[in-house]
Design a protein around this ligand. Structure first.
Ligand code: MG
Length: 380
């Protein structure tokens, strides 16, 4: 029996994780859940999964809802302290982190220091503080388990392989909605950019898929997670989105990970690892698929990908700066304050104005994040 905590249980990753618990109640037990403010969803989940502790991040909402949860025998905590309490709860083996934004960083480090494995769904922790997180996890003897589909795929391909024999890590991208679009991308509207061909996701990550920044962030994630220099991480466009990643070894062998395009798979693997569990996902029918296509991304059309490479190569606080400037630029685009092609320009200007800290502490990373937000905001 694996005891779990889910941070961000009302989002799609959280719900999928709970679905895995639902079909394998003999394997998993939910000890605590955390949400930002979706009390109704949390209440439903609490009634079904009986955690002993929940965190409602919004203190006002937590106050209002406390008595309802108390009647179920569940204690309610809130704010940053509440998140830390949930993340470090005793008797828990694995903390699944699916919170949006930088707010999840401190609880993840706290969970690692409390000797819990952390399964990470959102990119910020691995992009902003990946190197630091991996080194702390090593010191504490716990695992950092990726849920991002490409990194889950790499992790599975690299299992029991000697890192010395790895030549290249290859992550795939569906290419986003503008892969085949002719002409300039300058007039793209938020509505057009929000139509992703393969994955159903939130607005921020869908725009990141349209600019290919999502892959830029994933290059950083991969380099940090698997201790591989940036130049060994490659991105290829694969419109079918069935091959999620490949590892090329020095002898020319390639290991690929294939699976249906469904986040359930990487979520479940991060929960069941090192074992595999049956599920209700559709069967991957290779004969019906007929053909796979791979192509090189166009760096001129999608400069965000190159910015991701640059930040990864520079390292230190730069990935945190890239991530923060991108968040601000994407928000400005969604609010129609800037055009699609201004997103990379704002990020690039913010990065060039940054004073790098090569080996940052967590406090340095938060400071760089705050500085970059302010700077990107002024550049609009
Ligand atoms: Mg991904």
């Amino acid at each position: 029996m694996k005891n779990l905590v889910i941070l961000g249980s009302s989002g799609s990753v959280g719900e999928n994780a709970l679905h895995v618990v639902r079909i394998h109640p003999e394997r998993f037990s939910v000890k605590a859940l955390a949400v930002k403010k979706n009390i109704e969803k949390l209440y439903e989940q609490a009634r079904e999964f009986h955690p002993k502790l929940v965190c409602i991040y919004d203190p006002q909402k937590a106050k209002e809802a406390a008595s309802r949860f108390r009647r179920l025998g569940i204690r309610v905590v809130s704010g940053d302290d509440g998140l830390l309490e949930v993340a470090t709860l005793s008797g828990v083996h694995e903390v699944i982190c699916a919170m949006v934004g930088a707010v999840g960083l401190r609880p993840i480090f706290a969970a690692v220091h409390a000797k819990k494995n952390v399964a990470i769904a959102n990119k910020e922790p691995l992009v902003m503080a990946g190197k630091l997180l991996l080194s702390e996890a090593k010191k504490c003897g716990v695992g950092v388990l990726p849920i991002d589909s490409e990194h889950s795929a790499l992790w599975q391909c690299l299992e029991k392989q000697d890192p010395a024999f790895v030549k290249k890590l290859i992550i795939t991208s569906s290419g986003g909605p503008f892969r085949n679009r002719k002409g300039s991308l300058s007039g793209i509207t938020p509505l057009q950019a929000l139509k992703h061909p393969k994955w159903k996701m939130g607005p921020k990550i869908t725009i990141d898929s349209a600019t290919l920044m999502n892959k830029g962030l994933e290059v950083i994630e991969a380099s940090n997670l698997f201790h591989v220099p940036t130049e060994k991480v490659e991105v290829v466009i694969h419109p079918e989105a069935i091959v999620h990643a490949l590892v090329e070894f020095v002898d020319g062998s390639h290991f690929a990970h294939l699976g249906v395009t469904d986040m359930c798979l990487p979520i479940q693997y991060a929960m069941s690892y090192p074992e595999r569990l049956v599920n209700h996902l559709p069967h991957l029918d290779l004969v019906r698929l007929k053909a796979f296509h791979f192509e090189k991304p166009d760096p001129k059309r999608f400069p965000c990908l190159e910015l991701g490479y640059t930040a990864s190569r520079i390292g230190g606080t730069m990935p945190a700066v890239l991530n923060a400037a991108n968040e601000i630029a994407v928000e400005a685009f969604l609010n129609r304050h800037i055009g699609f092609l201004e997103i990379p320009k704002i990020i690039e200007k913010t990065m060039s104005a940054h004073h790098l800290i090569k080996t940052p502490t967590l406090a340095d990373i938060f400071a760089a994040d705050a500085w970059a937000r302010e700077t990107a905001e002024e550049l609009q």
